[in-house]
Write a protein that binds this ligand. Structure first.
Ligand SMILES: NC(=O)C1=CN([C@@H]2O[C@H](COP(=O)(O)OP(=O)(O)OC[C@H]3O[C@@H](n4cnc5c(N)ncnc54)[C@H](OP(=O)(O)O)[C@@H]3O)[C@@H](O)[C@H]2O)[C@@H](O)CC1
Ligand SMILES: Nc1ncnc2c1ncn2[C@@H]1O[C@H](COP(=O)(O)OP(=O)(O)O)[C@@H](O)[C@H]1O
Ligand SMILES: [K+]
Length: 507
């Protein structure tokens, strides 16, 4: 499925118009498709359409007309005194059918009666902060118990970034014209959009433009997962060095190693704090475990760099971070790895925090991936987690540019950014909001790096398989999402990879 920013949709729209398809026809198809989905999903009896002054409002008039035709009792609030062009023609048609128009002061009463609200206030043409008059309408819509259908994008959400500009509608269903808008799949816009669908408006394929953000789907990953070719041995299948764990934190290392093993590496080495090594060696049957010097807190410090570099010579990729702890020794260890290791390196968790304020990554030539959540990216970028969470796409891209690496920003959306490229992963599930799932993810991506995938593709494929594994667990067990624990993902990774190898989209 295609993702478009507002600017890309505008270009595709202009290209279609140059081919002789009128904006009026596109608006008609959009509104008719949206109404039909609303009827199917909500079976409304009384609806209120809140229509703004632009083409989003114009779509809303078409939706209102179609609902009226289907026998729904419809009331319409048109916010502009005078309309022009296509919206004006659609409004006139609506009035011709005798649909009741309401004033802003009547909205409260109308919303109290309605079981469906059509939010056609602001679409892709909206910019800046929501003005007070519109913000008041948005608050009214959000206070209503009725279901909400958002036209193209929930009003107040930036359709190109997912940022909320002050106040934004919380929809149950957002129906986008032609392509999903980027802002409907990136948090916090994603949570405002509810369920997301696109309607075909008959845009010719010649009018399509190159999207700047792609949906990370199985079809786009098919054929990218390397297979182990004969004559093979464990090293040619992918040798991963994991640098993880500390005396008081061993589970993170177990999950990272196990994730890597199920994602197909031939051999996994683990370098961990000396005090954690015996226990980890006993738990990790197939891995080769080595203890490295630790400090008084049981963290590996700079003294562990020698052990790491010794092993790194045999590894085709290195993962560093889960459970290593934060401190000056850790910072020097991570900086040393970033500086010295020539194989692709993935930095997760404490490794990212340890690099706060460091420019080691920017100076590195060889491939690197970082897999922060908003808090970790905030520490790396000198910003707060809130600030990162409010503008996820922008921060992921800025971090990738500033540190010259691939960034996978974790969350309900999971954004992967490198250079000009950006992808949003759709397979994630709330079940993953549990400790340790991030450790499994770093092992999975590390394995793919060790098997020869490029940083961006490995991060994309890893995120896809990781989310998919959670969904397969849910399907197989039928258990509540809240019951998933990180190690549950492990037996489902192979099936997720089988699907990726086939390039088969999830059912
Ligand atoms: N492109 C296509 O192919 C197709 C596009 N289609 C549809 O068109 C939509 C885009 O329409 P668009 O470009 O007319 O803009 P739109 O979203 O209605 O916003 C303009 C209105 O918002 C207002 N406004 C702006 N900023 C504001 C603020 N900060 N705070 C408050 N208000 C603010 C602005 O007010 P003004 O500044 O003019 O006073 C004006 O009234 C798109 O989302 C889709 O639904 C479909 O019909 C099918 C084909
Ligand atoms: N609500 C959610 N929806 C989808 N995926 C989620 C959600 N919450 C967390 N995740 C995923 O779960 C993982 C959590 O990783 P992380 O925060 O590093 O946890 P830990 O450090 O405990 O392993 C990430 O892959 C993240 O994208
Ligand atoms: K809208």
């Amino acid at each position: 499925m295609r993702l478009y920013t507002a600017e890309e949709m505008g270009r595709a729209d202009r290209a279609a118009q140059e081919m002789g398809i009128s904006g009026r026809v596109l608006m008609e198809r959009a509104g008719v498709g949206m109404a039909s989905l609303a009827l199917e999903r909500f079976s409304p009896r009384r609806a209120v359409a809140v229509c703004g002054g632009g083409n989003n409002g114009g779509d809303g008039f078409v939706v209102a007309r179609e609902l009226h035709r289907a026998g729904v009792e419809v009331e319409v609030l048109a916010t502009r005194e005078e309309y022009r062009g296509d919206p004006e023609a659609n409004l006139r048609a609506l009035k011709g059918l005798g649909v009741r128009m309401i004033r802003p002061e009547e909205l409260g009463v109308s919303l109290g009666r309605a079981d469906l609200v059509v939010d056609a206030l602001l679409g892709t043409g909206f910019s800046g902060e929501v003005r007070e008059r519109e913000a008041a309408l948005i608050r009214r819509i959000n206070a209503s118990p009725a279901r909400v259908l958002a036209v193209d994008v929930p009003s107040g959400v930036d359709g190109s970034t997912g940022e909320v500009r002050g106040e934004a509608v919380r929809a149950d269903l957002t129906v986008c014209a032609h392509a999903l808008k980027v802002g409907c799949v990136i948090s916090p816009g994603r949570e405002h959009a509810g369920e997301v669908a696109a309607v075909d408006i008959g845009l010719p394929s010649e009018a399509e433009v190159e999207p700047s953000v792609v949906l990370n789907d199985a079809a786009s990953l098919a054929g990218l997962i390397p297979r182990t070719a004969e004559p093979a041995h464990k090293y040619s299948a992918g040798a991963l060095l994991v640098v993880a764990g500390s005396r008081a934190m061993t589970g993170a290392a177990v999950m990272t190693v196990a994730g890597a093993q199920r994602a197909g590496c031939g051999i996994v080495f683990l370098v961990t704090a000396a005090g954690a090594a015996p226990l980890l060696d006993a738990r990790l049957t197939e891995a080769i475990v080595e203890g490295a010097p630790e400090d008084a807190e049981g963290h590996m410090g700079e003294g562990a760099l020698e052990a790491v570099l010794g092993r790194a010579g045999r590894a085709s990729a290195v993962v560093v971070g889960p459970g290593i702890g934060v401190g000056e020794g850790g910072r020097r260890l991570v900086e040393g790895i970033v500086r010295e290791v020539e194989a692709p390196v993935l930095l997760d968790a404490d490794a990212i925090t340890n690099l706060s304020g460091s420019d080691a990554l920017a100076a590195r030539e060889a491939p690197a991936v970082i897999t922060p959540h908003a808090g970790e990216l905030g520490r790396l970028m000198g910003a707060g987690a809130r600030e990162i969470s409010a503008s996820r796409l922008r921060h992921a891209r800025e971090a990738a540019a500033r540190h010259g690496c691939c960034v996978l920003l974790k969350g309900s959306d999971t954004i992967i950014a490198e250079g000009e490229k950006a992808a949003v992963n759709p397979t994630g599930h709330v079940a993953l909001a549990t400790a340790g799932t991030g450790d499994v993810l770093s092992g999975v991506i590390g394995a793919l790096l060790s098997r020869g995938m490029g940083a961006y593709d490995a991060a994309r494929a890893g995120a896809w398989a990781h989310g998919r594994a959670a969904r397969l667990w849910l399907r197989e067990t039928g258990w509540p999402a809240e019951s998933l624990i990180a190690t549950d993902l492990l037996p489902h990774l192979p099936r997720a990879f089988a699907e990726l190898l086939e390039g088969r989209p999830p059912r």
